[in-house]
Design a binder for this molecule. Structure first.
Ligand SMILES: NC(=O)c1ccc[n+]([C@@H]2O[C@H](COP(=O)([O-])OP(=O)(O)OC[C@H]3O[C@@H](n4cnc5c(N)ncnc54)[C@H](OP(=O)(O)O)[C@@H]3O)[C@@H](O)[C@H]2O)c1
Length: 296
């Protein structure tokens, strides 16, 4: 396949480039420097030049707290740009895959969120991503939207890397223990994008809709931090002596976070055969690569 990916050095864009090339696809990743995604002309030109089978949008404004004071920037990248990309894909008759987030939900549901559940964001980032979902489907009803959660990888900014940095410096960490979610390795979202792009139904415009892709099993941030330190300690890294569970109220942030971020991925498995992997196994895979890269 020929795949045009929007985003280059981000967590998902990097994994898409690496896994796509490894699978023998012709993948072009365009980040900030490669394309103006707020220009329909620029998007049309990139599609015309590369002639892809699918357009995958892995770009976003992802600074959740900063979005509270940069509302316009968040909406430009998370609503307007996806709308333009979706419309361009529709007029060039190519598949369009867009990535969204668990933060479109308020977290009040007692069970995992299913794709059809009502969206109700509680922060500006979530509002902008929710508006992006609506704009994408309005522009392109055949689009596929993949919602994911708690993304980590060996690249970019994420919780796993932050814990390793803090663990090297501190004896005690206080981590929120009343927000629950499904940590997701960027490789797994990327692999899902590749499988979905290859689906004949998606290529024929017959599988448009929202799907969830996230790690199997849920955990709180505190539980995730403990698992990260258990793994990194075994690999010889310094870890804090104490990792103390705290409540969200004890760790105020500019943006409110949903207490429940769990995503039900059942329909993704039944529709596309994409199976979620336990986050515990995928954390090990991420750390193996992260620590090997750091040593080489
Ligand atoms: N991170 C999470 O925990 C999380 C959770 C749920 C959902 N998601 C969603 O997953 C998707 C991927 O997130 P991520 O974690 O990979 O994000 P990320 O690491 O923050 O990367 C953001 C990407 O967006 C690209 N980008 C930003 N502005 C751009 C612009 N004006 N033009 C072109 N590209 C631009 C960046 O391009 P450059 O390569 O040029 O820097 C980068 O590749 C996003 O839709 C995000 O909302 C993320």
């Amino acid at each position: 396949m020929r795949l045009l990916v929007i985003g280059r050095s981000g967590q998902v864009a990097t994994a898409l480039g690496r896994l796509g090339h490894a699978a023998g696809h012709d993948v072009r990743c365009l980040g900030h420097d490669g394309i103006d995604i707020l220009s329909r002309d620029a998007i049309d030109a990139a599609i015309a030049q590369f002639n892809p089978d699918a357009l995958i949008n892995a770009a976003a404004y992802t600074a959740v707290d900063k979005a509270e004071i940069e509302r316009d920037a968040a909406f430009s990248l998370n609503m307007r740009a996806p709308e333009l990309l979706a419309a361009a894909a529709a007029s060039h008759n190519i598949a369009f895959i867009h990535i969204s987030t668990d933060y479109v939900f308020d977290g009040a549901k007692p069970r995992a969120y299913e794709p059809g559940d009502a969206i109700c964001p509680i922060n500006v980032y979530g509002e902008s991503k929710a508006a992006g979902e609506v704009a994408v489907f309005t522009a392109n009803p055949e689009a596929v939207i993949l919602r994911t959660s708690w993304v980590y990888s060996e690249t970019g900014v994420n919780f796993v890397k932050r814990m390793i940095e803090l663990g090297a410096e501190r004896d005690e960490l206080r981590i929120v223990d009343d927000q629950t979610g499904n940590p997701t390795f960027a490789d797994d979202i990327s692999q899902a994008c590749l499988s979905i792009a290859a689906s004949s139904d998606v290529r024929a415009g017959k599988a448009g809709g929202i799907y969830h892709v996230a790690g199997r099993n849920d955990v709180t941030w505190h539980g995730f931090a403990r698992a990260i330190f258990d793994e990194t300690r075994q690999r010889g890294l310094r870890t804090p002596a104490r990792v103390i569970p705290i409540t969200t109220d004890q760790y105020p942030t500019p943006a409110q976070r949903p207490k429940n971020s769990r995503l039900d991925c059942t329909s993704t498995e039944s529709r596309f055969g994409i199976v979620s992997h336990p986050w515990q196994d995928r954390l090990k895979a991420c750390l193996d690569r992260l620590l090997t890269d750091a040593r080489s």
